[in-house]
Write a protein that binds this ligand. Structure first.
Ligand code: ADE
Length: 235
């Protein structure tokens, strides 16, 4: 069997990933060998007695900067194991993460995700050893670890066999970006609130039309930017 889609994650807190990756769909898919996540401890590449990974910024200012030596040693270790993998730094300065990028990265030959900490990473590391910088949103986290988890989740659910329900991914890939229609399950009546009649009608065409209309209405009301962006990308 060829080796599965592999993601190496470089971090100074590799234990951060243990529980989320062992849980639910992700945990089962890893167990089945559908993909692999391999944490790489950056601190293990520090050579001084205290295993230092940060230092004060040249030019002064608040906060600390990730030192180049241990981080580059960790990157070289990961790159030697997976020479074709894309090296990605998680940072608020990166390009915004979205569904189309998740799809693109799910087709890469593998990933090396670098979780920054402190104020940031020495720029020379980015210049020499990073292919792409990605942000998960316009807010600042204490480190790249939660962002790496989000990428891992969004990307690996697109890999063959992970979700089981191929149909739901096909719908996402070929339809324009839009919000989901409302979902309901049993009971029909819950604390005085009932399920819309159309969903109980058994008329598949009516149900599909209702869902499409609900999806469009929600998108228009809550995320009109998605409709604008789609129009832009097709112009
Ligand atoms: N590290 C800190 N904040 C981040 C963000 N918003 N996206 C990606 N990595 C980050």
């Amino acid at each position: 069997m060829s080796s599965p889609y592999t993601i190496q994650v470089l971090s100074i807190f590799t234990e951060y990933f243990e529980s989320p990756l062992a849980t639910s769909i992700t945990g089962k898919a890893i167990e089945k060998g559908l993909f692999a996540v391999e944490p790489v401890d950056i601190r293990a590449f520090a050579t001084d007695k205290h295993k230092t990974t940060d230092d004060v910024p040249f030019g002064g200012g608040a906060g600390m900067v990730m030192k180049p030596e241990p981080l580059v040693a960790a990157l070289e270790f990961a790159h030697a194991r997976q020479p074709d993998a894309l090296r990605i730094l998680l940072t608020p300065q990166g390009e915004p993460f979205h569904q189309a990028l998740a799809r693109e990265l799910s087709q890469a030959p593998g990933l090396i995700l670098v979780c920054g900490r402190y104020e940031g990473v020495d720029e020379r590391v980015i210049d020499g050893w990073i292919d792409r910088e990605i942000s998960i949103g316009d807010y600042v986290l204490t480190g790249g670890e939660p962002a790496a988890l989000i990428l891992i989740d969004a990307i690996t659910r697109l890999l063959p066999g992970v979700l089981g329900n191929v149909c739901s991914i096909d719908e996402e890939s070929f339809s324009k970006p839009s919000l989901e229609y409302p979902h309901y399950t049993r009971p029909r009546e819950f604390r005085g609130r009932s399920v819309p009649d159309v969903l109980l009608s058994g008329n598949h065409k009516l149900i599909a039309d209702w869902r499409r209309a609900q999806s469009e209405k929600r998108t228009r009301e809550r995320r009109p930017d998605l409709l604008d962006n789609h129009r832009d990308s097709n112009d």
